[in-house]
Design a protein around this ligand. Structure first.
Ligand code: TPP
Ligand code: MG
Length: 803
């Protein structure tokens, strides 16, 4: 016996046997029923209750699913059911190893939730047959704990996010208990490894409880897990180091394990109750050591011990389908039959095929069933966010481009207003990886504070156990907490440096998939949108350098389904306010707002901003002089590209007084796509009005330029659209030099316009000469002075051109 396993034999348990013989027998049968239904889903399409000997015709042609984790999940579910009933708990489950989908489908079926939601899956033989057949079947149900699964807010397909989702669900839900199974393989992922620290942000007085259960079944797909092969004492120390009180339940004898599990769970739930009571009734403010459970059971527990002479139970071979080749190997069919009969189905289901009443009655009732808990269908609980009138935060426009305003600071005023307005409802949180103040929305912290349950020092500012601004330097945690918070029916906002939001690319993929699927599930009610503010943008990360310069999250998001994503690039503070108001009120979207934090010129009055944002794209009349017949359209999207475009307009007018320019600004990037591709897409006729066929378009874009080509590919004037954007040139330099390095600067845009307008062909050479002199002057000045040319730095939109 290895060191690890010998120590593992030690189990924390109360000496008493909490389960009466009768309850023990029923729980044991209930678990067998869940296991039976799980195996049936993986293997069978007919003969659901084995009323006749199993034949190959009863077996699915393709065997898809995961057995290994499932018996452990089923074991936990039946124990949680007891606790819910005995203690009247409001509890939801989060399953990290979401590939154990058959287990959650089985349990929600046994408790009745499944048939209530999907009436065709009846509580009889036909229902069980359909239940089996639909699993992992084309157009049936997915193999994982998917949006289709009652009670789930977490698919667990991409491993790593269970614990952070659990905490997100528990914040501001003081009466909720979130039981969270963490796979021991999952525990090796980066996001999961840091998620344990969420307990430094959970307030026992005002938040709910999270019960992490480390499912130490020893294996992943093809390997042992790290945490199962270190000495048990080391694992417990690790959990203690994370601030938990670890309990261990270890073994493989079902009869013993049920009693021991009941005992250890009684201790754990007493402990949770004590912690909450101390905080809520006795004013205890110290951070508690919340209990967590290490559950050490065999992978594929109760499944085949050996197949073809090789061990399966308690090995990685149990991970998926423990054996297949039923057609090729007749003894495999017999093995399957005897495995399924070992659960004694005739004792579990009556002659109609209904789950026996005396067993079904040990499940919780109504909304207490985990499959029916409203927290796991957050839209049911969603209260509209109170958003103060954003017009009250408007920047007064005293001349176009006159005031230098930090747009995100203005947004911070609005967010502060939102925080205040929803203070009593406690349903709005703002998340950020240590960048809330840096992104200049820090006013939102005032009055609420930043959530913090760890130690504090006199030097600290604004830390509070009840704060609703959450800062931790893990984008994964910010994203996961927010997702958990939204999925349970609340509202939130995530601000992040533009370059580093990529860290959660994969998480946002998963959330987008969840939203896409739930839109087609009638019983899933819409939840609040996931709102991002990206600031500290590529063009103004001149001081931090190349590592901080990456606008590619836009590209990433645009790949997602059009009915889920929205991308906004407001050019100034008033447009930012209007966009933010819209996003905060919306449902079921992922809204991306890209807005700078540096002092920048302001272009639109509040009323103009609302009009512009409502359409999402429009010609700026005050900056245009095309009289309906432009030589060139200067298009811009993003705050710095807008400024460079307007500066180019002034340079063009100075060189070519009779040039007819139309300035078009894009706030809503999706307007560029055809309507057939995106609901925000501008109708072709309107697009052709703005960008007349045959007229060159010089397009300055905040992000990677090829995205604009991709979005406008089907537009009539596409071959005349010439895009400048970020092309991965960067370093530590001046703001304007960032534009020059990427050829999006005003000099380049001016030259582009002259060289693209046919009637100006004669002036092209002179313009090229002028351009290279300007760039040379810029380069020399920057190298010598370490700052941009005064004519660039101090550039202003001229008042005489303002209309
Ligand atoms: C991020 C991620 N990487 C890889 C996989 C592929 N995968 C699916 S299950 C699994 C093993 C999971 O092991 P564990 O968490 O221990 O779960 P269990 O043993 O309970 O099945 C892996 C690697 C995945 N789903 N997600
Ligand atoms: Mg495992």
């Amino acid at each position: 016996m290895t060191n690890a396993t010998s120590e593992a034999m030690r189990t924390d348990r109360k000496t008493s046997e909490p389960l009466t013989p009768e309850l023990l027998a029923k729980m044991s049968a209930y678990w067998r029923a869940a296991n039976y239904l799980s195996v049936g889903q993986i293997y069978l399409k007919d003969n659901p209750l084995l009323e006749r000997p199993l034949t190959l015709d009863d077996v699915k042609p393709r065997l898809l699913g995961h057995w290994g984790t499932t018996p452990g999940l089923n074991f936990l579910y039946v124990h949680w059911n007891r606790l819910i009933r005995e203690r009247d708990l409001d509890m939801i489950y989060i399953i990290g190893p979401g590939h154990g989908g058959p287990g959650l489908v089985a349990n929600t079926y046994l408790e009745g939730s499944y048939s209530e939601i999907y009436p065709h899956i009846e509580q009889n033989k036909d229902g069980i047959k359909r239940l089996f057949r639909q699993f992992s079947w084309p157009y049936g149900i997915p193999s994982h704990v998917a949006p289709e699964t009652p009670g789930s807010i977490h698919e667990g397909g991409e491993l790593g996010y269970s614990l952070v989702h659990a905490y997100g669900a528990a914040f501001d839900n003081p009466n909720l208990i979130v039981a969270c199974v963490v796979g021991d393989g999952e525990a090796e992922t980066g996001p999961l490894a840091t998620s344990w620290h969420s307990n430094k942000f959970l307030n026992p007085a005002t938040d709910g409880a999270v019960l992490p259960i480390l499912h130490l079944n020893g294996y992943k797909i093809a390997n042992p897990t790290v945490l199962s092969r270190i000495p048990h004492s080391e694992l417990e120390e690790l959990m203690r180091g994370y601030g938990y009180e670890p309990f261990t339940l270890s073994g493989d004898d079902p009869a013993l394990m049920h009693q021991q599990a009941a005992a250890v769970f009684d201790t754990i739930f007493d402990r949770i109750a004590e912690i909450q009571k101390a905080a809520r009734e006795h004013g205890e403010t110290d951070r508690p050591a919340w209990p967590m459970l290490i559950l050490r059971t065999p992978k594929g527990w109760t499944g085949p011990k050996e197949v073809d002479g090789k061990p399966v139970e308690n090995t990685w071979r149990a991970h998926q389908v423990p054996f297949s080749e039923l057609r090729e190997k007749p003894d495999h069919l017999r093995l399957l039959e005897s495995w399924m009969r070992s659960y004694e189905p005739e004792e579990l289901f009556d002659e109609r095929g209904a789950f026996r009443e005396e067993l079904a009655e040990i499940a919780p009732k109504g909304r207490r069933r985990m499959g029916m808990n409203a927290h796991a269908n957050g839209g049911l609980l969603l209260e509209p966010l109170k958003v103060p009138n954003f017009r009250e935060f408007a920047v007064k426009l005293e001349g176009r481009g006159r005031a230098d305003v930090e747009s995100t600071r203005v947004l911070g005023h609005l967010l502060h207003g939102v925080m205040e307005a929803n203070k009593d409802n406690k349903n709005f949180r703002v998340f950020g990886p240590d960048e809330t103040a840096s992104n200049r929305i820090g006013e939102v912290i005032k009055g609420t504070g930043k959530t913090w349950m760890a130690e504090t020092l006199p030097v600290d500012e604004d830390l509070s156990p009840t704060g609703h601004v959450m800062e931790v330097l893990s984008e994964h945690m910010c994203q996961g907490w927010l997702e958990g918070y939204l999925l349970t029916g609340r509202h939130g906002f995530f601000s992040c440096y533009e370059a580093f939001i990529h860290i959660v690319d994969s998480m946002v993929n998963q959330h987008a998939k969840w939203l896409k699927v739930t839109r087609a599930i009638p019983w899933r009610k819409p939840i609040a949108s996931l709102n991002y503010l990206l600031s500290s943008l590529v063009w103004r990360q001149d001081h931090n350098g190349f590592s901080h310069q990456d606008p590619g999250f836009i590209d990433h998001l645009v790949n997602k389904k059009a009915d889920v994503v929205r991308v906004y690039l407001p050019p100034d503070a008033n447009t930012l306010l209007s966009v933010a108001d819209h996003c905060l009120r919306s449902k079921n979207y992922i809204n991306l707002i890209v807005a700078g934090k540096q002092p920048a010129p302001q272009w639109l009055t509040m009323e103009e901003a609302i009009g512009h944002c409502t359409i999402g794209i429009s010609a700026w009349k005050w900056a245009s002089n095309d009289e309906g017949n432009p030589d060139v359209v200067m298009a811009c999207c993003g705050d710095v590209p807008t400024m460079e475009t307007l500066a180019a307009v002034t340079l063009l007018r100075a060189r070519i007084p009779d040039i007819r320019i139309r300035v078009v600004n894009i706030v809503d990037l999706m307007t560029l796509q055809p309507q057939s591709e995106h609901p925000h897409g501008l109708p072709d006729e309107d697009f052709d009005q703005l960008f007349p066929v045959g007229i060159p378009v010089i397009f300055a874009f905040h992000g990677y330029p090829w995205l604009i080509h991709r979005l406008t590919y089907r537009r009539n004037n596409h071959h005349n659209i010439h895009v400048r954007g970020y092309k991965e040139e960067g370093t530590t330099t001046t703001p304007f030099d960032m534009c020059v390095l990427n050829n999006i600067d005003r000099f380049q845009l001016t030259l582009d316009a002259i060289t693209r307008v046919p009637r100006l062909a004669a002036q092209a050479d002179a313009a090229r000469q002028w351009y290279s002199e300007a760039i040379q002057r810029h380069k020399l000045y920057v190298a010598e002075n370490g700052d941009d040319l005064p004519e660039v730095r101090n550039w202003r939109w001229p008042t005489e051109q303002a209309r």
